[in-house]
Design a protein around this ligand. Structure first.
Ligand code: SAM
Length: 253
């Protein structure tokens, strides 16, 4: 049995019902599947049955094991395996054809990976297991406690929903926190780094007023005039505006 490496966020998904539900929730299209962190191949073995898969695994021990386990699929090309850190290979588009990302992600880099996939024009859909707290941040709606920059970025380009909540007991070793599978179906392929930077300013101190956060980077008088023109209260907090409001504000500033 392979010993899980904590530094690579290895929590192997063992619950067959959860695995089957992930496969059922997959988008029905002709896209290739990209899997990040195939691990022991427990999800991969379901994925290769339905689609052609391109997988990225950082752990060289697991890469060797996967090469043995999936020898036939690697020969026929149903599976392509890249060994190494996916983030080092990811510039612009991760692969050169339309793809859906389906994965049980390593939690220490999950937010970063989802943001990269949202900005990747070749990626059309994302179905990933992440920490429940992270899924809530991506899928929150205005007014909810978790609503923040991640929710605005996600809802600007995709329809986001949590499809299942998964307890620690579904994994080996069990993580300390609950997990969730979230689905992000993109309706727009627009990456805008300026907008992401702007949102980071808006949510710099989430409990302070939006006016205070913006005034740390923009001229206070100008921000005040734009708030008046858009009929935003000067005491509004960052989580109280909608995604559309943020786009309006960004355009004006
Ligand atoms: N897919 C398997 C499963 O569901 O049981 C394993 C999931 S485990 C949570 C995360 C996997 O991502 C591990 O196999 C780990 O080695 C791999 N991983 C961690 N960081 C990575 C990186 N930067 N690039 C590629 N793979 C990575």
């Amino acid at each position: 049995m392979v010993k899980a490496k904590k530094k690579f966020g290895q929590n192997f998904l063992q619950d067959q019902t959860v695995l089957e539900k992930i496969i059922e929730s997959m988008p029905k299209n002709e896209n290739k599947i990209v899997e990040i962190g195939p691990g022991l191949g427990d999800l991969t073995k379901f994925l290769v049955k339905v689609k052609s898969v391109e997988a990225f695994e950082v752990d060289t021990d697991l890469c060797e094991l996967l090469q043995e386990k999936f020898e036939e699929h690697l020969k026929t090309g149903t599976l392509t395996l890249h060994c190494g850190d996916v983030l080092e290979k990811w510039e612009g588009s991760l692969v050169d054809e339309r793809y859906d990302l389906v994965a049980n992600l390593p939690y220490y880099v999950a937010t970063n990976i989802v943001l990269k996939a949202l900005a990747d024009e070749m990626c059309e859909n994302i179905l990933v297991m992440v920490q429940l707290e992270v899924a809530k941040k991506f899928c929150a709606t205005p007014g909810e406690r978790e609503f923040g920059a991640l929710s605005v970025i996600a809802s600007s380009v995709a329809r986001c929903e949590i499809t299942q909540i998964v307890p620690p007991s579904a994994f080996d070793p069990a993580p300390k926190v609950d997990s969730a599978v979230m689905s992000l179906r993109k309706f727009e392929n627009r990456s805008d780094e300026g907008f992401e930077r702007f949102l980071r300013v808006c949510f710099k101190q989430p409990r302070k007023t939006l006016m205070k956060n913006l005034s740390s980077e923009f001229d206070k008088q100008k921000v005040s005039e734009i708030f008046d023109a858009l009929s935003f209260s000067h005491t509004i907090r960052p989580h109280q505006l909608s995604t559309d409001d943020y786009h309006q504000l960004y355009k004006n500033l």
